[in-house]
Design a protein around this ligand. Sequence first.
Ligand code: FAD
Length: 303
Amino acid sequence: MATSHQGFDFIVIGAGMAGASVAAELATHGRVALLEMERQPGYHTTGRSAAIFAPVYGPQPIRALTRASGDFFATPPDGFAEHALISPRPIMMIAREDQADKLGAMMAEVASEGIGEQLNATETRDLQPMLRDGYAVGSVLDRSGQDIDVAGLHQGYLRAFRRSGGVLVTNATVAAMQRTAKGWQVSAGGQDYAAPVVINAAGAWADEVGALAGAGAIGLVAKRRTALMIPAPEGVDTGPMPLTNDIEEQFYMKPDVGQLLVSPANQDPMPPCDVQPDEMDIAICIDRIERAFDLTVRRIENK
Ligand SMILES: Cc1cc2nc3c(=O)[nH]c(=O)nc-3n(C[C@H](O)[C@H](O)[C@H](O)COP(=O)(O)OP(=O)(O)OC[C@H]3O[C@@H](n4cnc5c(N)ncnc54)[C@H](O)[C@@H]3O)c2cc1C
């Protein structure tokens, strides 16, 4: 028979970045159970991101949210992290001749937020010397971009959560939820947990988890994005180079400790799952990267 764990004020479902951070904040207000279906937290999207803080990226509401996180990343609370959570990584949105009109449009959008500067072809190549001569006619550069220590950030939240008395349960797939007189009974990993409030932070699975509680779907669509690590060309110091993103997001490349993280920036709808890279996306990625940059992909380190 399932043991029933009572006395919680909040149950958070999913221990990725969203669940870990909301659980850490709530744990200072009440008793929190954080339920994660995998053996370790952060296994899905959180553990697979390109780890970039990009104030210039995305539509206006996303840019505003990104900016709002900046102070926390730059100066996290005492005891949250052993190292700095961010380090400078300028972001360069490059445009080919056929995309030249996108440069002005992007500048017009972000200039009012005090971010971005427009560079011509020479200035673009000075900062990103790996670009093929003549490939880009210009770029929008955001000098406020940063690398995020995602593992440090995620672990910082989980540590803060535990310090406040939060209970993390792994191998705990939430399989059923029932309304009770006092709130909710949540069944996960053969155990029951009770609390008045449940927070759904199940990422790609959020609609499915919501349905367990009888909530209507909000239409979340899980999407696969493929990314690979390739060796940096020999003798090239990629360390100071910007993250280089096609202005229409057809690909991006980010230096990562002697290697390059590259992606075709695909967003293929698919059911939520333990997503694996697709061979066609890998081929498309290599083709786009080799067209833009002066390099030949001979080996894939990781994908
Ligand atoms: C290739 C790629 C690159 C990215 N690059 C960046 C970037 O550079 N910068 C940036 O800011 N963002 C980036 N992102 C986005 C960022 O990674 C996500 O927004 C973030 O990780 C989402 O966190 P999450 O907690 O919502 O989801 P997840 O990390 O997926 O967490 C959801 C958790 O819920 C758990 N769960 C699901 N169902 C259940 C259940 N029934 N019971 C219990 N647990 C359950 C899952 O196991 C999972 O651990 C990138 C994403 C991808 C895919």
